[in-house]
Design a protein around this ligand. Structure first.
Ligand code: DLL
Length: 429
């Protein structure tokens, strides 16, 4: 049993009081770090949550600049683990944890999984990467905490994944949405019948932006319920916000983080219901408290009560990151808009990449899509019709006319980690 009723349905007033107390303690603790020592020097105790806006923002660049130990707020002897956030340039972002941090993270992960229906009788196959990435170890500890038989298989080797699923009768899987789609290709290749040959029940999908259409596709391909899982390594990892059985937004664990939404240009706080950048302040972190961390993820807070009875507010599906936005001849486009359109055309395959290039000083957008051999049986002429259909639908969605190019199924590059969907080939970016 892992339903933490007193916390999850706590009355809002008490929850807000608890958050304020926690933030004040986090400020005091953060002052021990090199990074926050001066930044928080003039901040007195906050008297209300509205005063949170007096706190400075923290960015990924700040974490990079204070590499390696500048944000550490405790003695090294208390630190038991580090993770490092994804990122390609400059110093990596490193995140430290004490024993209590790991225990709290395991607790919210277990709580999230239980909320989605996982129980200690389940067999949990964790296909997320183990190591510096927080996806694998984060839910590994959560799975064990919940009492599930937790299989630390990690990513890749699709045949082996399926062999494990068949032999150990896996019921719960933690997986990247892009990998879930790829793995389904191997299921077809091996002639596995998901209903007869596998025992799957629940998927936790996250770490990458994905559309509702993508979730539906995964649910249909595996005959499971797929729950959206949001998190970021800087705050801990998966388990920060998670869907309940109503699958209508993700409950953000407000005893663990204090969420705000700010305008992504002015950084002014926005009211619940308005979309902007998610900003998180940690409430219980020991090794590395973070003040108003700018996630760059775009979402909104849903404050209406949820049918499940939990009082922790929800965030809407993350539609994009502020730095994911592509500007094509002045028009703003997010990759998720392209994914949604591709998945609405069954003959198109599910794997795609977006290339940006220039042609006569104009930005151009090319979408390379793997053809779906199962659903497309037509002639070259039919392929042309399908291509025109996709160009038109994408044009309607994006307000930009793309080039659509079909490629053979399985020919697009695959990565073991998060999918890289956008390749910018423009000379002047
Ligand atoms: O991706 C943590 C995680 C692991 C979450 C497994 C869920 C499952 P990072 O590598 O630090 O940590 O990347 C964090 O990934 O700021 C978002 O931009 C994106 N992201 C994470 N979950 C989702 C999601 C992990 N459910 C960054 N939907 C975040 C959309 C997501 N984007």
């Amino acid at each position: 049993m892992f339903w933490q009723k007193e916390i999850e349905t706590q009355n809002k007033e008490n929850l807000r009081k608890f958050q304020l107390e926690c933030i004040n303690k986090q400020i005091a603790l953060a002052r021990n770090s090199q990074f926050y020592k001066d930044k928080l020097a003039n901040i007195d105790k906050l008297n209300s949550l509205e005063e949170v806006r007096k706190l400075p923002f923290t960015t990924k660049q700040d974490l990079r600049d204070s590499f390696p130990y500048g944000c550490l707020a405790t003695d090294l002897k208390n630190v038991v683990r580090m993770h490092s956030s994804s990122g390609t340039t400059g110093n990596p972002t490193v995140i430290f944890h004490t024993k209590d941090d790991i225990a709290n993270w395991a607790n919210i992960s277990a709580r999230s999984m239980y909320m989605a229906g996982a129980r200690n009788t389940d067999i949990f196959q964790n296909t997320m990467g183990y190591g510096l990435f927080s996806g694998g170890l984060g839910f590994h500890y959560g799975g064990e905490r919940l009492g599930m038989l937790t299989i630390p298989i990690g990513p890749g080797n699709s045949k082996r994944q399926l062999w494990f699923m068949q032999h150990f009768k896996t019921t719960v899987v933690h997986i990247l949405p892009s990998y879930a789609l790829r793995l389904s290709g191997t299921i077809k290749e091996l002639g596995i019948d998901v209903k007869k040959d596998l025992n799957l029940k629940i998927f936790f999908i996250g770490a990458e932006p994905h559309s509702e259409a993508m979730r539906k596709k995964i649910e249909e391909l595996y005959d499971v319920k797929a729950f959206n899982s949001y998190g970021l390594s800087e705050i801990s990892g998966p388990g920060i916000a998670f869907e309940c059985p109503y699958q209508d937004g993700l409950h953000i664990w407000e005893d663990y983080v204090y969420p705000e939404i700010v305008d992504s240009k002015t950084f002014e706080p926005l009211p619940d219901g308005q979309e902007g950048e998610l900003v998180l302040t940690t409430l219980q972190r020991q090794a590395m408290p973070l003040m108003r961390y700018r996630t760059k993820d775009l979402t909104k807070i849903i404050s209406e009560p949820c049918k499940c009875g939990r009082t922790h507010r929800r965030i809407a599906r993350i539609t994009a990151r502020t730095d994911d936005m592509m500007i094509i001849n002045g028009v703003n486009i997010f990759p998720i808009q392209i994914e949604k359109t591709i998945l609405s055309v069954p003959e198109a395959g599910k794997n795609y990449i977006i290339e940006l290039f220039d042609n006569n000083c104009m930005d151009k957008l090319r979408v390379k899509i793997e053809i779906n051999n199962e659903t497309f049986k037509g002639t070259l002429k039919d392929l042309e019709i399908l291509q025109n259909k996709l160009v038109n639908e994408l044009k309607q969605e994006l307000d930009v006319t793309p080039v659509v190019q079909f490629v053979e199924s399985g020919s697009l590059p695959v990565t073991e980690g998060k999918a890289k969907r956008v390749i910018d080939l423009r000379t002047k970016k």
